[in-house]
Design a protein around this ligand. Structure first.
Ligand code: SAH
Ligand code: SF4
Ligand code: F3S
Length: 482
């Protein structure tokens, strides 16, 4: 979504204004001039690639970064052979960091062939001091480093980079207390979009680095959220995903009194929006009011992603999760009673410090009893600076691996059985894209978030159509339009 701006009307002979977003619009106008000159010199458009390594929130940030780059005059391409490459990084687990370091070697090679290339790194990993020190020491070919609190400043930072070739520009902020609204964003899909309702996290689960790299929880004002969704609906968006690390605590730091459930009621009223999803729900804050709103809504999808992390109450305590095994099971029961056909998915961590075989058996017990539609299973990753990193009894790798394999087997067995429950039914499917392997098929999702492939062509993309789910193939369906 682009907020229409006439950049040519901005007088660059004056200094940049202090207020946002006027300041960034000024810098977009300034960068546009430089990019336009370079593009004329090269006789072609300048290209940019923004690659996301993290979660939906990072993906949404990437759309904003692409929006700014597009306004500056870059043509966005998926390949890393671009004039500007920006990695939007994640650090939730060690693997995410390793992936970035792995790709940097490749980027270095590309820059040797194209010395004008600009390489930027941003996102969660950049909020860690030791990472930035390592990059400053050993990865001097990087031009720009910024974090999670200043993505809105990309145009301003880029002006500095363009004026100082060969220098590494680092701009990091520890926290934010302001939200800059009304900047451009380039949506990946024309028919669905993520919408941030809050930033940061206050929960400090003891294994998790997110509160340190994303800062304190701040909710966006409801009027800004509603205005954004109305604009999206005008642009043809039919499905929105409300995003936050813990959407159930939405509104807690706002002056006006509003709960997440009340926000959902407001979003429901917006014409044109057909499907409302949200992510992520923390079990500790899941209210009866939310369950009630879900049970009466025509637009909220019957899908709840409810991270369990562990089935052991004592481990949940050590994780600082603020719920028990029983409370989790009760929530699942309530959800299933109030919202028929709801699908429940989860995240589980294996090998948290001190996890005994008994603790692990409790997790297996919750999986058996809940019968999740699907579960993301993670091996515990020690994150520097988190309380769990210095807890005693870190679990041996071979023990973790054995538990992980047993959990995965159970999750796959129960998940595929449960996913098959819609076989034979006709369901509304929002078509998302053409099938990559089988050209005569398109791929979409039912409200419960399960994937369906069925014969169809590109003209169906973005439409909700009725499909008979003929055969369940584990975690997806083959279907036919009716
Ligand atoms: N805010 C969300 C989760 C965000 S991170 C919530 O609270 O549910 C996504 C998932 O990554 C978490 O649910 C957790 O299962 C996993 N995760 C987070 N930190 C981890 C770590 N140090 N090691 C392994 N998995 C982790
Ligand atoms: Fe991490 Fe817990 Fe916050 Fe989720 S709620 S982001 S797991 S600290
Ligand atoms: Fe990763 Fe940051 Fe999301 S650490 S999971 S990209 S909030």
């Amino acid at each position: 979504m682009i907020y229409e701006m006439n950049y040519d009307s901005i007088d660059l002979t004056y200094p940049a204004p202090e207020d946002e977003p006027a300041r960034q619009n000024y810098y977009i106008a300034a960068a546009r001039k430089i990019v336009s000159v370079r593009s004329r010199q090269k006789g072609r458009d300048l290209t940019a690639c923004v690659k996301t390594f993290g979660c939906q929130m990072n993906e949404r940030d990437s759309e904003k970064l692409r929006g700014i780059l597009q306004e500056i005059g870059f043509v966005i391409i998926p390949e890393e052979e671009a004039d500007l490459v920006l990695y939007n990084t994640c650090t939730v687990r060690e693997n995410a960091n390793l992936k970035v370091y792995g790709r940097l070697g490749y980027l270095k090679g590309l820059k040797e062939k194209n010395p004008d290339m600009i390489i930027g790194l941003c996102g969660c990993m950049m909020q860690e001091h030791q990472v930035v020190e390592k990059l400053e020491r050993s990865y001097r070919f990087i031009d720009l480093i910024f974090g999670t609190h200043n993505i809105y400043k990309l145009a301003e930072l880029l002006n500095t980079v363009l004026a100082n070739p060969g220098r590494m520009m680092v701009d990091l902020k520890e926290t934010t207390d302001t939200i800059v609204e009304k900047l451009p964003a380039d949506r990946t899909y024309f028919f669905k979009s993520g919408v941030n309702i809050m930033y940061g996290c206050n929960n400090f689960c003891t294994y998790c680095i997110v509160p340190y790299v994303r800062g304190r929880e701040i909710s966006r004002r409801p009027v800004e959220i509603i205005r954004e969704i109305e604009k999206l609906a005008d642009d043809g968006v039919v499905e929105i995903m409300l995003l936050g690390q813990n959407v159930n605590s939405y509104g807690k730091n706002l002056d006006e009194t509003i709960t997440f459930a009340q926000l959902l009621r407001e979003v429901e009223k917006i014409d044109g929006i057909e499907r409302i999803r949200f992510m992520t729900s923390h079990p500790k804050d899941l209210s009866d009011e939310l369950i009630e709103v879900m049970s009466t809504s025509k637009k909220i999808c019957p899908h709840m992603h409810l991270p369990l992390q562990s089935g052991s109450t004592s481990l949940l305590n050590k994780m600082n999760r603020h719920y028990t095994k029983d409370r989790y099971l009760t929530l699942v029961e309530k959800l299933r009673a109030a919202v028929p056909d709801i699908s429940i998915t989860t995240d589980i961590i294996v090998g948290f410090p001190g996890e005994t075989e008994e603790d692990f058996q409790e997790t297996l017990d919750v999986v058996r009893r809940t019968q999740f539609d699907s579960a993301f299973t993670f091996i515990y990753s020690r994150r520097t600076g988190t309380p769990a990193a210095s807890m005693p009894d870190q679990i041996r790798e071979d023990v973790i691996k054995d538990r992980f394999d047993r959990l995965l087997e159970l999750v796959q067995k129960t998940g595929s059985k449960r996913s098959a429950r819609f076989e034979g039914r006709v369901m509304p499917v929002l078509v998302e894209h053409k099938n990559e392997q089988e050209k005569h098929l398109v791929t979409g999702r039912i409200p419960q978030n399960l994937v369906v492939h069925f014969p169809g062509d590109e003209s169906l993309i973005g439409k909700i159509v009725k499909v008979k789910l003929k055969e369940c193939k584990g975690f997806y369906y083959l279907g036919e339009r009716v």
